[in-house]
Design a protein around this ligand. Structure first.
Ligand code: G4P
Length: 526
Protein backbone atom coordinates (compact mmCIF):
# COMPACT_ATOMS: atom_id res chain seq x y z
CA UNK A 1 0.00 0.00 0.00
CA UNK A 2 1.37 3.39 -0.95
CA UNK A 3 1.94 6.14 1.58
CA UNK A 4 -0.93 8.13 0.15
CA UNK A 5 -3.28 5.16 0.36
CA UNK A 6 -2.33 4.69 3.99
CA UNK A 7 -2.99 8.34 4.70
CA UNK A 8 -6.34 8.15 2.91
CA UNK A 9 -7.32 5.05 4.81
CA UNK A 10 -6.57 6.71 8.14
CA UNK A 11 -8.44 9.87 7.26
CA UNK A 12 -11.46 8.04 5.87
CA UNK A 13 -11.63 5.84 8.97
CA UNK A 14 -11.97 8.98 11.10
CA UNK A 15 -14.71 10.65 9.11
CA UNK A 16 -18.45 10.72 9.61
CA UNK A 17 -20.57 12.86 7.33
CA UNK A 18 -24.25 13.11 8.19
CA UNK A 19 -27.33 15.29 8.03
CA UNK A 20 -29.91 15.92 10.72
CA UNK A 21 -33.44 15.57 9.40
CA UNK A 22 -36.41 16.88 11.32
CA UNK A 23 -39.52 18.98 11.31
CA UNK A 24 -39.10 22.62 12.41
CA UNK A 25 -39.02 23.07 16.19
CA UNK A 26 -38.02 19.51 17.01
CA UNK A 27 -34.72 20.89 18.33
CA UNK A 28 -32.27 20.59 15.43
CA UNK A 29 -30.54 23.89 16.17
CA UNK A 30 -30.22 22.96 19.83
CA UNK A 31 -28.90 19.47 19.11
CA UNK A 32 -26.41 20.78 16.54
CA UNK A 33 -25.19 23.32 19.04
CA UNK A 34 -24.63 20.68 21.72
CA UNK A 35 -22.80 18.40 19.31
CA UNK A 36 -20.53 21.24 18.27
CA UNK A 37 -19.87 22.04 21.92
CA UNK A 38 -18.54 18.53 22.53
CA UNK A 39 -16.12 19.20 19.75
CA UNK A 40 -14.93 22.28 21.58
CA UNK A 41 -16.26 24.46 18.81
CA UNK A 42 -17.85 26.93 21.17
CA UNK A 43 -17.58 29.98 18.98
CA UNK A 44 -19.26 28.06 16.28
CA UNK A 45 -22.02 26.82 18.52
CA UNK A 46 -22.72 30.38 19.59
CA UNK A 47 -23.11 31.43 16.02
CA UNK A 48 -25.55 28.65 15.27
CA UNK A 49 -27.75 29.90 18.06
CA UNK A 50 -27.25 33.51 17.08
CA UNK A 51 -28.43 32.84 13.59
CA UNK A 52 -31.67 31.57 14.98
CA UNK A 53 -32.17 34.01 17.81
CA UNK A 54 -31.52 37.23 16.02
CA UNK A 55 -33.30 38.36 12.94
CA UNK A 56 -30.26 40.42 12.13
CA UNK A 57 -27.53 37.89 12.69
CA UNK A 58 -24.20 39.40 11.81
CA UNK A 59 -23.30 37.66 8.62
CA UNK A 60 -26.24 35.79 7.25
CA UNK A 61 -25.50 35.16 3.64
CA UNK A 62 -28.50 36.39 1.88
CA UNK A 63 -30.62 39.39 2.69
CA UNK A 64 -33.68 37.27 2.76
CA UNK A 65 -32.17 35.11 5.45
CA UNK A 66 -31.73 38.18 7.58
CA UNK A 67 -35.24 39.32 7.02
CA UNK A 68 -36.79 36.04 7.96
CA UNK A 69 -34.24 34.99 10.55
CA UNK A 70 -33.87 31.60 8.98
CA UNK A 71 -31.29 29.77 7.00
CA UNK A 72 -32.47 29.53 3.43
CA UNK A 73 -29.59 27.51 2.20
CA UNK A 74 -27.84 24.61 3.81
CA UNK A 75 -24.36 24.86 5.21
CA UNK A 76 -21.74 22.49 6.51
CA UNK A 77 -20.12 22.33 9.92
CA UNK A 78 -17.03 20.41 10.80
CA UNK A 79 -15.63 19.48 14.18
CA UNK A 80 -13.36 16.94 15.84
CA UNK A 81 -14.39 14.63 18.64
CA UNK A 82 -12.24 11.90 20.22
CA UNK A 83 -10.24 11.17 17.12
CA UNK A 84 -13.14 11.56 14.71
CA UNK A 85 -13.68 14.26 12.16
CA UNK A 86 -17.36 15.01 11.86
CA UNK A 87 -19.12 16.85 9.06
CA UNK A 88 -22.69 17.90 9.77
CA UNK A 89 -24.66 18.90 6.73
CA UNK A 90 -27.22 21.43 7.77
CA UNK A 91 -30.60 21.29 6.09
CA UNK A 92 -32.92 24.28 6.32
CA UNK A 93 -35.17 23.78 9.30
CA UNK A 94 -37.90 26.05 8.09
CA UNK A 95 -41.00 24.55 6.62
CA UNK A 96 -40.21 26.23 3.33
CA UNK A 97 -37.40 23.99 2.39
CA UNK A 98 -36.28 23.47 -1.15
CA UNK A 99 -34.76 20.99 -3.55
CA UNK A 100 -31.43 22.00 -2.07
CA UNK A 101 -32.43 20.34 1.16
CA UNK A 102 -33.09 17.11 -0.66
CA UNK A 103 -29.90 17.28 -2.70
CA UNK A 104 -27.81 17.95 0.38
CA UNK A 105 -28.93 14.57 1.65
CA UNK A 106 -27.15 12.91 -1.28
CA UNK A 107 -23.86 14.15 0.16
CA UNK A 108 -24.50 12.51 3.56
CA UNK A 109 -23.41 9.00 4.47
CA UNK A 110 -26.03 8.69 7.18
CA UNK A 111 -28.84 10.69 8.72
CA UNK A 112 -29.95 11.52 12.23
CA UNK A 113 -33.71 11.77 12.43
CA UNK A 114 -34.76 14.05 15.23
CA UNK A 115 -38.26 13.61 16.63
CA UNK A 116 -40.17 15.57 19.24
CA UNK A 117 -41.41 13.13 21.88
CA UNK A 118 -44.80 14.82 22.04
CA UNK A 119 -45.33 15.31 18.32
CA UNK A 120 -43.89 12.14 16.84
CA UNK A 121 -43.27 11.82 13.11
CA UNK A 122 -44.17 15.10 11.36
CA UNK A 123 -44.67 16.16 7.75
CA UNK A 124 -41.19 17.45 6.90
CA UNK A 125 -39.55 14.49 8.60
CA UNK A 126 -41.53 12.15 6.37
CA UNK A 127 -40.36 13.87 3.18
CA UNK A 128 -36.71 13.95 4.22
CA UNK A 129 -36.86 10.39 5.51
CA UNK A 130 -38.14 9.18 2.15
CA UNK A 131 -35.20 10.72 0.32
CA UNK A 132 -32.78 9.01 2.72
CA UNK A 133 -34.66 5.74 2.54
CA UNK A 134 -34.48 5.75 -1.25
CA UNK A 135 -30.70 5.90 -0.98
CA UNK A 136 -30.72 3.18 1.65
CA UNK A 137 -28.43 5.07 4.03
CA UNK A 138 -28.42 4.30 7.76
CA UNK A 139 -30.84 6.39 9.77
CA UNK A 140 -30.39 7.01 13.49
CA UNK A 141 -33.28 8.32 15.55
CA UNK A 142 -33.02 10.76 18.44
CA UNK A 143 -36.26 11.28 20.34
CA UNK A 144 -35.99 14.70 21.89
CA UNK A 145 -37.59 16.74 24.69
CA UNK A 146 -37.87 13.86 27.11
CA UNK A 147 -38.13 16.44 29.90
CA UNK A 148 -41.59 17.26 28.59
CA UNK A 149 -44.74 15.20 28.76
CA UNK A 150 -44.83 13.14 25.61
CA UNK A 151 -46.04 9.99 24.00
CA UNK A 152 -45.07 6.52 25.12
CA UNK A 153 -41.89 5.14 23.54
CA UNK A 154 -43.83 2.09 22.31
CA UNK A 155 -46.31 4.40 20.62
CA UNK A 156 -43.51 6.24 18.85
CA UNK A 157 -41.85 3.02 17.71
CA UNK A 158 -45.19 1.90 16.31
CA UNK A 159 -45.47 5.19 14.46
CA UNK A 160 -41.99 4.84 12.93
CA UNK A 161 -43.10 1.54 11.52
CA UNK A 162 -46.60 2.58 10.42
CA UNK A 163 -45.74 5.96 8.92
CA UNK A 164 -42.16 5.49 7.73
CA UNK A 165 -42.08 1.74 7.33
CA UNK A 166 -38.90 1.30 9.33
CA UNK A 167 -38.36 -1.05 12.28
CA UNK A 168 -36.58 0.34 15.28
CA UNK A 169 -34.32 -0.86 18.05
CA UNK A 170 -34.13 1.27 21.20
CA UNK A 171 -30.53 1.65 22.30
CA UNK A 172 -31.63 3.23 25.55
CA UNK A 173 -34.94 3.60 27.34
CA UNK A 174 -36.39 6.39 29.46
CA UNK A 175 -36.90 5.92 33.19
CA UNK A 176 -39.92 8.11 33.74
CA UNK A 177 -40.68 11.08 31.55
CA UNK A 178 -41.71 14.71 31.67
CA UNK A 179 -41.67 16.01 35.22
CA UNK A 180 -40.89 12.52 36.51
CA UNK A 181 -37.91 11.97 34.24
CA UNK A 182 -35.23 10.26 36.27
CA UNK A 183 -32.78 9.08 33.65
CA UNK A 184 -32.21 6.75 30.74
CA UNK A 185 -31.16 3.13 30.86
CA UNK A 186 -28.49 2.25 28.33
CA UNK A 187 -29.39 -1.22 27.02
CA UNK A 188 -26.09 -1.80 25.30
CA UNK A 189 -23.75 -0.83 28.12
CA UNK A 190 -25.87 -1.61 31.20
CA UNK A 191 -25.71 1.78 32.73
CA UNK A 192 -28.03 4.55 33.82
CA UNK A 193 -27.53 8.14 32.84
CA UNK A 194 -29.14 10.33 35.46
CA UNK A 195 -31.20 13.35 34.50
CA UNK A 196 -29.98 16.46 36.25
CA UNK A 197 -32.43 18.93 34.83
CA UNK A 198 -29.99 21.51 33.57
CA UNK A 199 -27.29 21.97 31.02
CA UNK A 200 -24.52 20.17 32.88
CA UNK A 201 -21.24 19.51 31.18
CA UNK A 202 -20.53 16.50 33.38
CA UNK A 203 -22.95 13.69 32.87
CA UNK A 204 -23.61 11.37 35.79
CA UNK A 205 -23.53 7.73 34.82
CA UNK A 206 -24.10 4.74 37.13
CA UNK A 207 -22.96 1.31 36.09
CA UNK A 208 -25.58 -1.38 36.87
CA UNK A 209 -26.03 -5.12 36.52
CA UNK A 210 -28.89 -5.05 34.03
CA UNK A 211 -32.23 -3.30 34.33
CA UNK A 212 -33.38 -5.31 37.35
CA UNK A 213 -30.50 -3.98 39.45
CA UNK A 214 -31.82 -2.74 42.86
CA UNK A 215 -29.61 0.33 42.45
CA UNK A 216 -32.05 1.60 39.81
CA UNK A 217 -34.90 1.04 42.28
CA UNK A 218 -33.06 3.16 44.82
CA UNK A 219 -32.55 5.95 42.34
CA UNK A 220 -35.87 5.91 40.54
CA UNK A 221 -38.28 4.55 43.11
CA UNK A 222 -40.46 1.47 42.96
CA UNK A 223 -43.03 2.71 40.51
CA UNK A 224 -40.65 3.87 37.78
CA UNK A 225 -38.42 0.85 38.20
CA UNK A 226 -41.35 -1.56 37.83
CA UNK A 227 -42.39 0.29 34.72
CA UNK A 228 -38.85 0.08 33.31
CA UNK A 229 -38.61 -3.66 34.01
CA UNK A 230 -41.98 -4.31 32.35
CA UNK A 231 -41.05 -2.30 29.27
CA UNK A 232 -37.65 -3.85 28.84
CA UNK A 233 -38.90 -7.40 29.38
CA UNK A 234 -41.38 -6.78 26.61
CA UNK A 235 -38.65 -5.35 24.37
CA UNK A 236 -36.35 -8.29 25.08
CA UNK A 237 -39.05 -10.73 24.08
CA UNK A 238 -40.90 -8.94 21.30
CA UNK A 239 -38.54 -6.22 20.08
CA UNK A 240 -36.09 -6.45 17.20
CA UNK A 241 -32.59 -7.42 18.24
CA UNK A 242 -29.79 -5.05 17.31
CA UNK A 243 -28.50 -5.99 13.87
CA UNK A 244 -25.70 -3.86 12.42
CA UNK A 245 -26.24 -5.14 8.87
CA UNK A 246 -29.88 -4.03 8.95
CA UNK A 247 -28.86 -0.66 10.37
CA UNK A 248 -26.34 -0.22 7.58
CA UNK A 249 -28.96 -0.98 4.94
CA UNK A 250 -31.44 1.44 6.43
CA UNK A 251 -33.89 -1.31 7.43
CA UNK A 252 -33.58 -0.80 11.16
CA UNK A 253 -33.13 2.48 13.00
CA UNK A 254 -31.33 2.60 16.36
CA UNK A 255 -33.37 4.83 18.67
CA UNK A 256 -31.92 7.06 21.38
CA UNK A 257 -33.87 9.12 23.88
CA UNK A 258 -32.74 12.41 25.37
CA UNK A 259 -33.22 16.09 25.83
CA UNK A 260 -31.03 18.30 23.71
CA UNK A 261 -31.63 21.52 25.58
CA UNK A 262 -30.62 19.84 28.84
CA UNK A 263 -27.65 18.19 27.20
CA UNK A 264 -29.10 14.92 28.42
CA UNK A 265 -28.34 11.78 26.45
CA UNK A 266 -26.57 13.79 23.77
CA UNK A 267 -23.01 12.73 24.44
CA UNK A 268 -23.87 9.05 24.74
CA UNK A 269 -25.83 9.40 21.54
CA UNK A 270 -22.84 10.96 19.80
CA UNK A 271 -20.47 8.26 20.99
CA UNK A 272 -22.73 5.41 19.93
CA UNK A 273 -23.47 7.12 16.66
CA UNK A 274 -19.76 7.45 15.89
CA UNK A 275 -19.28 3.74 16.55
CA UNK A 276 -22.17 2.64 14.36
CA UNK A 277 -22.38 5.22 11.59
CA UNK A 278 -20.58 4.46 8.36
CA UNK A 279 -17.37 6.11 7.26
CA UNK A 280 -17.31 7.44 3.69
CA UNK A 281 -17.97 4.54 1.35
CA UNK A 282 -17.44 3.87 -2.35
CA UNK A 283 -19.72 5.79 -4.71
CA UNK A 284 -21.14 4.53 -7.95
CA UNK A 285 -19.80 5.96 -11.22
CA UNK A 286 -19.55 5.16 -14.91
CA UNK A 287 -16.19 3.62 -14.03
CA UNK A 288 -17.71 1.30 -11.44
CA UNK A 289 -17.53 1.95 -7.72
CA UNK A 290 -14.95 4.55 -6.70
CA UNK A 291 -13.39 3.74 -3.34
CA UNK A 292 -12.53 6.67 -1.06
CA UNK A 293 -8.98 5.35 -0.81
CA UNK A 294 -8.52 5.60 -4.56
CA UNK A 295 -5.46 7.84 -4.93
CA UNK A 296 -7.03 9.96 -7.64
CA UNK A 297 -9.07 12.83 -6.32
CA UNK A 298 -12.74 12.86 -7.33
CA UNK A 299 -15.98 14.43 -6.20
CA UNK A 300 -19.26 15.92 -7.32
CA UNK A 301 -21.11 19.19 -6.96
CA UNK A 302 -24.39 18.76 -5.09
CA UNK A 303 -25.37 22.34 -4.55
CA UNK A 304 -24.66 25.81 -5.86
CA UNK A 305 -25.28 28.82 -3.72
CA UNK A 306 -25.26 32.40 -4.81
CA UNK A 307 -24.04 35.44 -2.97
CA UNK A 308 -22.85 33.97 0.25
CA UNK A 309 -20.81 37.06 0.63
CA UNK A 310 -23.06 40.00 -0.17
CA UNK A 311 -19.99 42.09 -1.06
CA UNK A 312 -19.39 39.87 -4.07
CA UNK A 313 -21.76 38.51 -6.62
CA UNK A 314 -19.97 35.18 -6.67
CA UNK A 315 -21.41 31.73 -6.38
CA UNK A 316 -20.12 28.83 -4.35
CA UNK A 317 -20.31 25.27 -5.63
CA UNK A 318 -20.41 22.69 -2.83
CA UNK A 319 -18.40 19.61 -3.63
CA UNK A 320 -18.52 16.31 -1.81
CA UNK A 321 -15.14 14.59 -2.00
CA UNK A 322 -15.50 10.94 -2.97
CA UNK A 323 -11.89 9.80 -3.32
CA UNK A 324 -8.29 10.90 -3.05
CA UNK A 325 -6.73 13.85 -1.34
CA UNK A 326 -7.72 17.38 -2.10
CA UNK A 327 -4.88 19.91 -2.19
CA UNK A 328 -5.33 23.58 -2.78
CA UNK A 329 -4.35 24.66 -6.26
CA UNK A 330 -4.73 21.22 -7.78
CA UNK A 331 -6.09 20.81 -11.31
CA UNK A 332 -9.05 18.59 -11.99
CA UNK A 333 -11.07 17.68 -15.02
CA UNK A 334 -14.68 18.71 -15.26
CA UNK A 335 -16.25 15.71 -16.95
CA UNK A 336 -19.22 17.51 -18.52
CA UNK A 337 -17.04 19.94 -20.50
CA UNK A 338 -13.74 18.09 -20.60
CA UNK A 339 -12.06 21.24 -19.27
CA UNK A 340 -9.28 21.40 -16.71
CA UNK A 341 -10.07 23.56 -13.73
CA UNK A 342 -7.66 24.77 -11.09
CA UNK A 343 -9.18 24.60 -7.62
CA UNK A 344 -7.47 27.65 -6.28
CA UNK A 345 -9.91 29.20 -3.84
CA UNK A 346 -11.55 26.36 -1.99
CA UNK A 347 -13.40 27.10 1.19
CA UNK A 348 -14.61 25.04 4.05
CA UNK A 349 -17.75 26.14 5.77
CA UNK A 350 -17.93 26.69 9.45
CA UNK A 351 -21.35 28.17 9.91
CA UNK A 352 -20.92 31.73 8.66
CA UNK A 353 -17.17 31.73 8.66
CA UNK A 354 -15.35 30.86 5.53
CA UNK A 355 -11.97 29.34 6.08
CA UNK A 356 -9.57 28.63 3.30
CA UNK A 357 -8.91 24.93 3.19
CA UNK A 358 -5.63 23.55 1.97
CA UNK A 359 -6.20 19.81 2.30
CA UNK A 360 -9.37 17.76 2.56
CA UNK A 361 -10.32 14.10 2.34
CA UNK A 362 -13.21 11.87 1.25
CA UNK A 363 -16.35 12.69 3.20
CA UNK A 364 -15.41 16.35 3.48
CA UNK A 365 -17.34 19.08 1.75
CA UNK A 366 -15.51 21.97 0.17
CA UNK A 367 -16.88 25.12 -1.36
CA UNK A 368 -15.46 26.09 -4.72
CA UNK A 369 -15.46 29.62 -5.99
CA UNK A 370 -17.78 29.55 -8.97
CA UNK A 371 -17.72 32.24 -11.63
CA UNK A 372 -20.59 30.40 -13.32
CA UNK A 373 -18.77 27.31 -14.57
CA UNK A 374 -20.25 24.61 -12.39
CA UNK A 375 -23.60 22.83 -12.58
CA UNK A 376 -25.35 20.71 -10.02
CA UNK A 377 -24.24 17.12 -10.46
CA UNK A 378 -20.89 18.01 -12.08
CA UNK A 379 -18.22 15.37 -11.55
CA UNK A 380 -14.65 16.57 -11.05
CA UNK A 381 -11.75 14.19 -11.08
CA UNK A 382 -8.03 14.03 -11.32
CA UNK A 383 -6.83 12.48 -14.54
CA UNK A 384 -9.38 9.71 -14.72
CA UNK A 385 -12.65 9.57 -16.52
CA UNK A 386 -15.08 9.40 -13.64
CA UNK A 387 -18.70 10.50 -13.85
CA UNK A 388 -20.82 9.93 -10.78
CA UNK A 389 -24.48 8.99 -10.93
CA UNK A 390 -26.77 11.87 -11.71
CA UNK A 391 -28.31 13.58 -8.74
CA UNK A 392 -32.00 12.92 -8.37
CA UNK A 393 -34.43 15.66 -9.29
CA UNK A 394 -37.59 16.18 -7.33
CA UNK A 395 -41.07 16.83 -8.47
CA UNK A 396 -42.20 20.40 -7.80
CA UNK A 397 -45.38 20.82 -5.78
CA UNK A 398 -46.09 24.54 -6.03
CA UNK A 399 -46.49 26.48 -9.26
CA UNK A 400 -46.77 30.07 -10.38
CA UNK A 401 -47.06 31.94 -13.64
CA UNK A 402 -44.32 34.50 -14.02
CA UNK A 403 -44.44 37.75 -15.98
CA UNK A 404 -42.01 40.64 -16.29
CA UNK A 405 -43.37 44.01 -15.30
CA UNK A 406 -41.14 45.89 -17.71
CA UNK A 407 -40.96 44.23 -21.14
CA UNK A 408 -37.68 46.02 -21.92
CA UNK A 409 -35.97 43.94 -19.28
CA UNK A 410 -36.61 40.72 -21.10
CA UNK A 411 -32.95 39.93 -21.69
CA UNK A 412 -31.97 40.23 -18.04
CA UNK A 413 -35.08 38.28 -17.12
CA UNK A 414 -34.05 35.40 -19.38
CA UNK A 415 -30.51 35.46 -17.97
CA UNK A 416 -31.86 35.36 -14.42
CA UNK A 417 -34.19 32.47 -15.19
CA UNK A 418 -31.38 30.55 -16.90
CA UNK A 419 -28.95 30.98 -14.03
CA UNK A 420 -31.46 30.21 -11.31
CA UNK A 421 -32.59 27.03 -13.04
CA UNK A 422 -28.95 26.01 -13.39
CA UNK A 423 -28.52 26.47 -9.67
CA UNK A 424 -31.49 24.20 -9.25
CA UNK A 425 -33.53 26.75 -7.32
CA UNK A 426 -36.53 26.62 -9.63
CA UNK A 427 -37.85 24.55 -12.49
CA UNK A 428 -39.22 26.29 -15.55
CA UNK A 429 -42.07 25.14 -17.76
CA UNK A 430 -43.73 26.61 -20.84
CA UNK A 431 -47.40 25.98 -21.49
CA UNK A 432 -48.09 24.25 -24.78
CA UNK A 433 -50.09 26.49 -27.09
CA UNK A 434 -50.00 29.62 -24.91
CA UNK A 435 -46.25 29.97 -24.31
CA UNK A 436 -46.76 31.15 -20.73
CA UNK A 437 -43.84 30.65 -18.37
CA UNK A 438 -44.61 28.67 -15.24
CA UNK A 439 -42.24 28.11 -12.34
CA UNK A 440 -42.31 25.02 -10.19
CA UNK A 441 -40.75 24.73 -6.74
CA UNK A 442 -40.72 22.40 -3.76
CA UNK A 443 -41.21 25.10 -1.11
CA UNK A 444 -43.01 28.46 -1.14
CA UNK A 445 -39.91 30.28 0.07
CA UNK A 446 -38.19 29.58 -3.24
CA UNK A 447 -40.65 31.95 -4.93
CA UNK A 448 -39.72 34.69 -2.52
CA UNK A 449 -36.04 34.04 -3.08
CA UNK A 450 -36.67 34.06 -6.83
CA UNK A 451 -38.50 37.39 -6.76
CA UNK A 452 -35.87 38.90 -4.51
CA UNK A 453 -32.93 37.74 -6.55
CA UNK A 454 -34.47 38.75 -9.86
CA UNK A 455 -34.88 42.23 -8.47
CA UNK A 456 -31.51 42.65 -6.78
CA UNK A 457 -29.23 40.59 -8.96
CA UNK A 458 -30.79 41.08 -12.37
CA UNK A 459 -32.71 44.31 -11.87
CA UNK A 460 -36.00 42.80 -12.99
CA UNK A 461 -39.35 43.17 -11.28
CA UNK A 462 -41.39 40.05 -11.78
CA UNK A 463 -44.96 39.23 -10.99
CA UNK A 464 -45.89 35.80 -9.75
CA UNK A 465 -49.37 34.45 -9.93
CA UNK A 466 -50.00 31.24 -8.02
CA UNK A 467 -51.48 28.44 -10.10
CA UNK A 468 -53.71 25.75 -8.64
CA UNK A 469 -51.51 22.78 -9.62
CA UNK A 470 -50.10 20.38 -7.06
CA UNK A 471 -48.49 17.59 -9.03
CA UNK A 472 -46.14 17.40 -12.01
CA UNK A 473 -45.72 14.24 -14.07
CA UNK A 474 -43.39 13.85 -17.02
CA UNK A 475 -45.21 11.90 -19.69
CA UNK A 476 -43.47 9.61 -22.04
CA UNK A 477 -45.28 8.01 -24.93
CA UNK A 478 -46.20 8.41 -28.58
CA UNK A 479 -48.89 10.76 -29.88
CA UNK A 480 -49.33 12.94 -26.86
CA UNK A 481 -52.56 14.83 -27.38
CA UNK A 482 -52.79 18.18 -25.53
CA UNK A 483 -56.58 18.08 -25.64
CA UNK A 484 -56.51 15.15 -23.24
CA UNK A 485 -54.98 17.25 -20.52
CA UNK A 486 -57.39 20.10 -20.06
CA UNK A 487 -59.58 19.06 -17.15
CA UNK A 488 -57.97 20.30 -13.93
CA UNK A 489 -54.63 19.96 -15.61
CA UNK A 490 -52.41 21.55 -18.21
CA UNK A 491 -49.77 20.34 -20.62
CA UNK A 492 -46.40 22.08 -20.47
CA UNK A 493 -42.84 21.46 -21.64
CA UNK A 494 -39.75 21.58 -19.49
CA UNK A 495 -36.45 23.20 -20.52
CA UNK A 496 -35.44 20.13 -22.46
CA UNK A 497 -38.76 20.01 -24.33
CA UNK A 498 -40.05 17.03 -22.42
CA UNK A 499 -43.81 16.92 -22.00
CA UNK A 500 -45.04 17.46 -18.46
CA UNK A 501 -48.59 17.55 -17.18
CA UNK A 502 -49.48 19.64 -14.16
CA UNK A 503 -52.48 18.44 -12.18
CA UNK A 504 -54.66 20.30 -9.73
CA UNK A 505 -55.42 17.25 -7.67
CA UNK A 506 -54.83 13.58 -7.35
CA UNK A 507 -58.20 12.74 -8.87
CA UNK A 508 -57.34 14.57 -12.10
CA UNK A 509 -54.02 12.75 -12.19
CA UNK A 510 -55.59 9.32 -11.71
CA UNK A 511 -58.18 10.03 -14.40
CA UNK A 512 -55.50 11.08 -16.88
CA UNK A 513 -53.54 7.94 -16.13
CA UNK A 514 -56.61 5.78 -16.69
CA UNK A 515 -57.38 7.52 -19.98
CA UNK A 516 -53.82 7.17 -21.27
CA UNK A 517 -52.85 3.62 -20.45
CA UNK A 518 -50.01 3.64 -22.98
CA UNK A 519 -48.23 6.70 -21.59
CA UNK A 520 -45.81 6.59 -18.69
CA UNK A 521 -46.25 9.21 -15.96
CA UNK A 522 -42.91 9.88 -14.28
CA UNK A 523 -42.35 11.86 -11.08
CA UNK A 524 -39.12 13.35 -12.40
CA UNK A 525 -37.64 14.14 -15.79
CA UNK A 526 -36.78 11.06 -17.85
P1 G4P B 1 -35.31 23.62 15.28
O1 G4P B 1 -33.92 24.07 14.97
O2 G4P B 1 -35.53 22.16 15.03
O3 G4P B 1 -36.38 24.45 14.68
O4 G4P B 1 -35.52 23.74 16.86
P2 G4P B 1 -34.73 24.51 18.00
O5 G4P B 1 -33.44 23.87 18.31
O6 G4P B 1 -34.72 25.96 17.73
O7 G4P B 1 -35.70 24.20 19.21
C1 G4P B 1 -37.07 24.58 19.20
C2 G4P B 1 -37.51 24.85 20.61
O8 G4P B 1 -37.45 23.64 21.37
C3 G4P B 1 -36.63 25.85 21.34
O9 G4P B 1 -37.44 26.56 22.25
C4 G4P B 1 -35.70 24.94 22.13
O10 G4P B 1 -35.16 25.56 23.26
C5 G4P B 1 -36.65 23.83 22.50
N1 G4P B 1 -35.96 22.57 22.84
C6 G4P B 1 -34.96 21.95 22.18
N2 G4P B 1 -34.61 20.82 22.82
C7 G4P B 1 -35.43 20.70 23.88
C8 G4P B 1 -35.54 19.75 24.94
O11 G4P B 1 -34.83 18.76 25.02
N3 G4P B 1 -36.51 19.99 25.87
C9 G4P B 1 -37.32 21.09 25.82
N4 G4P B 1 -38.22 21.23 26.79
N5 G4P B 1 -37.22 22.02 24.86
C10 G4P B 1 -36.28 21.83 23.90
P3 G4P B 1 -37.95 28.02 21.96
O12 G4P B 1 -38.66 28.47 23.17
O13 G4P B 1 -38.70 28.04 20.67
O14 G4P B 1 -36.62 28.81 21.67
P4 G4P B 1 -35.54 29.33 22.71
O15 G4P B 1 -36.16 30.54 23.30
O16 G4P B 1 -35.26 28.26 23.69
O17 G4P B 1 -34.35 29.62 21.83
Amino acid sequence: MSKLEQELQQEVEKRRTFAIISHPDAGKTTLTEKLLLFGGAIRLAGSVKARKASKHATSDWMEIEKQRGISVTSSVMQFDYKGHRINILDTPGHQDFSEDTYRTLTAADSAVMLIDVAKGVEAQTIKLFQVCAKRGIPIFTFINKLDREGRSPFDLMEELEQVLGIRSVPMNWPIGSGRELCGIYDRMNNQVELFQGDDEDEIEVKKVEGYTDPLIREMAGEYLHDQLCQDLELLDVAGDPFDLEKVKNGQLTPVFFGSAVNNFGVQTFLENFLKLAPKPEPRHSTDGAIAPTNEKFSGYVFKIQANMNPAHRDRIAFLRIVSGKFERGMSVKQMRTGKDIKLAQPQQFLAQDRDIVSVAYPGDIIGLFDPGIFRIGDSLSQGGNVTFDELPTFSPEIFAKVTVKNALKHKQYQKGIDQLTEEGTIQVFTTVGFEDTLLGVVGQLQFEVFEYRMKFEYGVDVQLQRMPYQFARWIVGDNIDPSKFRINSTLVKDKKDNYVVLFENEYAMRTAMDKNPDAKFLETAP
